[in-house]
Design a protein. Structure first.
Length: 257
């Protein structure tokens, strides 16, 4: 049996050379995160047979890690096509219990109904880890649906909607367990919008959590950016901005009221 605590990175700076492309990880979805992110958080904060709730599951990166690590999984996304793709990858899975939901996670009534059905289907009470990797506002559009957070260009509206999503999910996180938010800043109208800081602030203000970590992770290996490195360098130098090379993993711990 492998040692689950092996190579857990406890530093606040994660420099990861290469995306894990093993198993079901195929890097087919623009805007997916690297498998090492859920892998690290799952191994650090949960144990076998615990349940992970991924609010924006996209191409299923967290789910494949749950399968590798024997954790239950409940996932949500609004994108019908990507959900069908993930379901097609899971037909042979037997070692874990999982449930995939197509749903607008900001919709309180719908989310409540789906999460409660999912928990009861899996025969568990709560999740031991929540992961949230939302769109970074409208930088990458995922669907044309009006409820898709990637349709939101306005900062205040985005942060409000994201806080609503956390509010919907928070009651289903076991006390003293963790919420991980993966987010980056954006550049709009000729300036940096520190989206990650606004999101951090919203979570701290609205929920009874302790902030356990602000991890900075490199995005050095981004394929598109690597190919166009010289163009980006030229553009940045012609102007006065800096090229984003990092994103954040914010780790919160739920506290008793
Ligand atoms: C950054 S991607 C997540 C990628 C994922 N971590 C992966 O590795 O593939 C954000 C996802 O949020 C979904 N999304 C956007 N708005 C949503 C909403 N209101 N409810 C549920 N999912 C939403 C998008 O369809 C997209 O798949």
């Amino acid at each position: 049996m492998t040692n689950e605590r092996e190579n857990i990175n406890v530093d606040s700076l994660w420099l990861i050379d290469e995306r894990d492309k093993s198993g079901k990880h195929a890097n087919v979805y623009h805007g997916n995160f690297i498998p090492q992110i859920p892998n690290q958080l799952i191994r650090r904060y949960t144990k076998e047979n615990d349940t992970i709730l991924d609010l924006f599951m996209g191409s299923g990166t967290t789910l494949y890690e749950c399968e590798n690590l024997n954790r239950n999984f409940i996932g949500f996304d609004i994108n019908t096509e990507i959900i069908d793709y993930v379901k097609s990858k899971m037909t042979d899975t037997q070692n874990i219990k999982f449930k995939i939901n197509e749903c607008d996670v900001a919709n309180e009534t719908l989310f409540k109904e789906k999460i409660e059905n999912s928990l009861s289907e899996l025969d568990v009470e709560k999740a031991q880890l929540i992961l949230a990797h939302p769109p970074y506002m409208d930088i990458v559009k995922f669907t044309e649906k009006a409820e898709d957070l990637s349709q939101i260009a306005d900062l205040t509206t985005f942060v409000k909607q994201f806080a609503q999503v956390v509010k919907n999910a928070f009651p289903y996180l076991e006390n003293k367990k963790y919420l991980g938010v993966v987010i980056a800043d954006v550049y709009k109208k000729s300036e940096v919008v520190p989206l990650a800081f606004y999101v951090l602030d919203a979570v701290k203000r609205n929920f009874n959590v302790k902030l356990k970590g602000i991890i900075i992770k490199n995005i050095e290996g981004n394929r598109g950016k690597l190919r166009q490195k010289n163009i980006w360098q030229y553009r940045a130098l012609k102007s006065d901005y800096f090229i984003f090379k990092h994103e954040y993993i914010l780790v919160f711990k739920k506290e008793e009221r």
